[in-house]
Design a protein around this ligand. Structure first.
Ligand SMILES: [Zn+2]
Length: 142
C-alpha cells in the first residue's frame, strides 16, 4: 500500500541515495521505471515514514524485500538481518564481481540481502553488461 511522502522528504531521500536503488545501486536514469520510497522497517511492523526509515528502491528490489527485515542466511547464520541502507555502509556488505555484473555479499547480511532481493537476477546481470559496455557501470557513489 502506498503512503504519502512529502515532496521535501522525497527530495532528501533521492539526494541521499543519488537517485540510485539503495540496495542494488541501479541508477534510475538508466531504467524506464520510477523508483519507489521503501520503508526499511515496514509500516506493518511500526516503521515510520521518516528520512531514517525510507530509502530509494527500484521496484524489483522493493517487491522482493516486501515487509521483510530478515533473510535466509546459510546453515550457520540462519535468519540474518537484511542490509539497512541508512545504518549500514554499502561497501562493507557488497562488492562487484570482476566484470561488475554480479554483486558479491561480503557479510552474512549482504549475502542474505542479495538472495532475498534477488539482486543478481539474470535480467539485471544482462543489463549491467550493457551498462559496463556503455561506461555507465559500476556506479561511483563514494
Ligand atoms: Zn534495486
Amino acid at each position: 500500500m502506498s503512503v504519502y511522502v512529502s515532496a521535501e522528504l522525497r527530495r532528501r531521500i533521492r539526494a541521499h541515495f543519488h537517485d540510485h536503488c539503495a540496495y542494488c545501486l541501479t541508477p534510475e536514469a538508466l531504467t524506464v521505471v520510477i523508483f519507489e520510497f521503501e520503508h526499511i522497517l515496514p509500516r506493518s511492523l511500526g516503521g515510520a515514514t521518516s528520512f531514517e526509515n525510507l530509502c530509494l528502491s527500484c521496484p524489483t528490489c522493493n517487491r522482493h524485500k516486501s515487509d521483510r527485515t530478515f533473510g535466509a542466511g546459510d546453515e550457520q547464520t540462519r535468519m540474518t538481518a537484511l542490509f539497512h541502507p541508512h545504518r549500514d555502509a554499502w561497501n562493507d556488505h557488497f562488492s562487484w564481481s570482476e566484470d561488475a555484473t554480479e554483486l558479491i555479499g561480503l557479510t552474512p547480511s549482504g549475502k542474505a540481502t542479495i538472495d532475498t532481493l534477488r539482486m543478481n537476477r539474470p535480467q539485471l546481470i544482462r543489463v549491467r553488461r550493457l551498462w559496463v559496455a556503455m561506461g555507465e557501470h559500476p556506479p561511483d557513489l563514494q
